[in-house]
Design a protein around this ligand. Structure first.
Ligand code: SF4
Length: 75
């Protein structure tokens, strides 16, 4: 998964979902403190770096990123 191209914030899907590579940079009121791709159920990468997200097939999102589709991963 490390070799997947990173999702760009300017990608149309990324824009539609309000994706940011750094969750702390979002101004979206839907963002809750502590929510990042790393604790989202659609993410299957490691705790740091980049990894796959089901919403961005064939690409990798940042572990510390975020988008409006964030759903807390169930244990
Ligand atoms: Fe990150 Fe989850 Fe949004 Fe994918 S769905 S970009 S893992 S917050």
């Amino acid at each position: 998964a490390d070799d997947l191209p990173h999702v760009s914030e300017s990608d149309p899907t990324a824009k539609a979902l309000g994706y940011v590579e750094d969750a702390s940079a979002t101004k979206d009121p839907k963002h809750k403190a502590g929510d990042t791709c790393a604790n989202c159920q659609f993410y299957s990468g490691g705790a740091t770096g980049f990894g796959p997200c089901q919403l961005f097939p064939g690409k990798a999102v940042s572990a510390k990123g975020w988008c409006i589709s964030h759903t807390v991963k169930q244990a």
